[in-house]
Ligand binder design. Sequence first.
Ligand SMILES: [Ca+2]
Ligand SMILES: [Ca+2]
Ligand SMILES: [Ca+2]
Length: 391
Amino acid sequence: MSRLIILLALLGMVGCSDDSSPSGPSPNNSTNNSTNNPTNNSGSNNTNQTNQNTSNNPEDMGVTEDMASDMPEPDMAEDMEPDLPAIEDFPCFHPSSETGCPEGEFGGGAMFTAMELPEDNSCCFDFNSDGATDNRLGTLLGIATSLGFDVNEGLAEALQFGDVIYVLEFANLANTTRDSEFDLTFYTGRDTDIDFEPNFAGNGSVYLRGDAFNSEMPIDPKWQFSEASLSEGVVEASGGTMLLEFPGLLEEVRIQAINVRLEANLSSDSDLAAGGRVTLSQGKLGGIILRDDFYGSLNDASKACECLNREVYDQRASGTYACNSTLADETACQTALPGCRFLASSQYCGVLGTLSGNVDIDTDGDGDNDGYSFGATFETVGTKIEGIDPF
Ligand SMILES: [Ca+2]
Ligand SMILES: [Ca+2]
Ligand SMILES: [Ca+2]
């Protein structure tokens, strides 16, 4: 509780002048519509596998050569697609109907073992096209660290002990011969048993949590990248959504980030088949938390407090938020959980409200900043995705 108060008081000290100085005229809003992009599990790449086998078969090539005089040259050129570089072979990329390939509902899985928001702008992406990477959230958290509260430490512990499990799933490679686009999906997970050590070492299995789905039947994941590609051992993705949590700091607050980008190295021993394990290293993540989502999450938390039972943040015409907690609320919440006590305190709730002016990104291009940028480094080990959490 006290650490939280100190943090928020400090965050308030950062000031709220940024709202009046909107960043450049080139907002990155091209990917806003990616939210809730449903998974395409049509298995359409089976045909592509066949194409690859045909074109790579030496005997077929020989036949083609023999018949070359009968064939018009333009067709030859088209078939061989000389301008497109060959890409890596990904055997059994989920889903695959090739003989001997594993079958299952979900593709290869990577599980976060580390995630850290640098406390400056050193990572990871430029969201307002001014040439500098943006990480407003990390900068704010850095102030907390300087006073003894390390948010990154809380996240590291939560990932190490499985209190927070983040999983990336690899599926639906577009075309194995000429197009390395695939579906990259972000899930929250749960260990399939009570021993998390094997998971952390890359030998475990996880269930995907129900809250990671808009619908489980048919499968419709909540958090997905609109574009993802694999090339020369590097994964690149953009237009994504994911969940951000602040374990140990603001337990009640779980926020969906938008415009999420990702870059990471794919280990060569990664298995992209159904149930396979995928290892990413030197990962970079970045995205935006919308101010409305952040204060909406706090309002959800206050509504869930019996002693408050209402939204404590009111939105001003300017887009910033003001806390409406009163002394009577403070009294009513005296014996409630720390989060509720905080939101009932007009003083601390109010301090957090001043943060609402600290946004640094204009996501909709209207000239007013409306979101907080973040950047984070991450590492993963492989994990088997066992399926959707049955419990
Ligand atoms: Ca920037
Ligand atoms: Ca386990
Ligand atoms: Ca805006």
